[in-house]
Design a protein around this ligand. Sequence first.
Ligand SMILES: O=P(O)(O)OC[C@H]1O[C@H](OP(=O)(O)OP(=O)(O)O)[C@H](O)[C@@H]1O
Ligand SMILES: O=c1cc[nH]c(=O)[nH]1
Ligand SMILES: [Mg+2]
Length: 207
Amino acid sequence: MYKESTNVVVKHLVNRLRDVRTASNEFRLTIEEISRIVASEALSEFKTITTNIETWQGPLDVEMIEVQKLVLIPILRAGEPMLTGILRTLPYAKSGFLAMKRDEETAESKLFYENVPPLEDKTVIILDPMVATGGSLIDGIDYLKNKGAQKIISLNILGAPEGVEAVTKAHPDVNMYIAQIDERLDEKKYIRPGLGDAGDRAFNTHI
Ligand SMILES: O=P(O)(O)OC[C@H]1O[C@H](OP(=O)(O)OP(=O)(O)O)[C@H](O)[C@@H]1O
Ligand SMILES: O=c1cc[nH]c(=O)[nH]1
Ligand SMILES: [Mg+2]
C-alpha cells in the first residue's frame, strides 16, 4: 500500500524543494518539515497505548504513541534531514543507519555502512526522500528484514510511479507514506519533474 499526502502545506513545501534557488540550508529544513508532517500522517493510523503519567495534579492515564517501539532508519545521505526533523517531534525514538549510494551508471544501489539496533518487536520506519527506480529502498528494506524487522513503514518525499510500484510489489507488507508522486523517470533514472539529486542539494555538493 502507498499513500500520497493530500496536505496543501506538504505540496507547497515540496515545490520549495523543486526551486533551484532554495539553498542547502533551507532545503534541509524543508525536508525536516515535510518529514514531520508525513510522519504524523503515518503515525495517526497507529494504535496508542495507555500510559500513566505524573501531572501537576497527580497520576493520570493518557494515550501515547509507543515511542520506545519506534526505530527510525535513514538511508544516508539524503535521509539524514528526515531523521533530524522526526527526532524533533519524537526525541525518544531509537535510530539506526544505512549508508547507500546508487551507481549513477547502472542505478544499482550499494550498501557502505550499517548500524542498526535490534529490530524484533519494533516498528521500523525507513526514511529516504527519493524513490526513483526504487532499488535503494527495496535493498534497504531487504536488509532490515534480514536483520529481523517484522513491521516496516516507509516515509518518502518524492517518487516516480515506476519506483513506487516496484517497492510495493517487492514488499507488499510495507506501507509507504509519500509526500508526492511525480510524472516519470527520465533516461538517467532521475525523477521528473523532481528536484535533482537530493543528497547533493541537501549538502551543497551539486555546484
Ligand atoms: O530509487 P533509486 O533509483 O535507488 O534512487 C534513489 C536513491 O538515490 C538517492 O541516493 P543517492 O544514491 O544519490 O545517495 P546520496 O543520498 O548520498 O546522494 C536517494 O536518496 C535514494 O536513496
Ligand atoms: O531524481 C533522483 C533520483 C535519484 N536520486 C535523487 O536524489 N534524485
Ligand atoms: Mg545522491
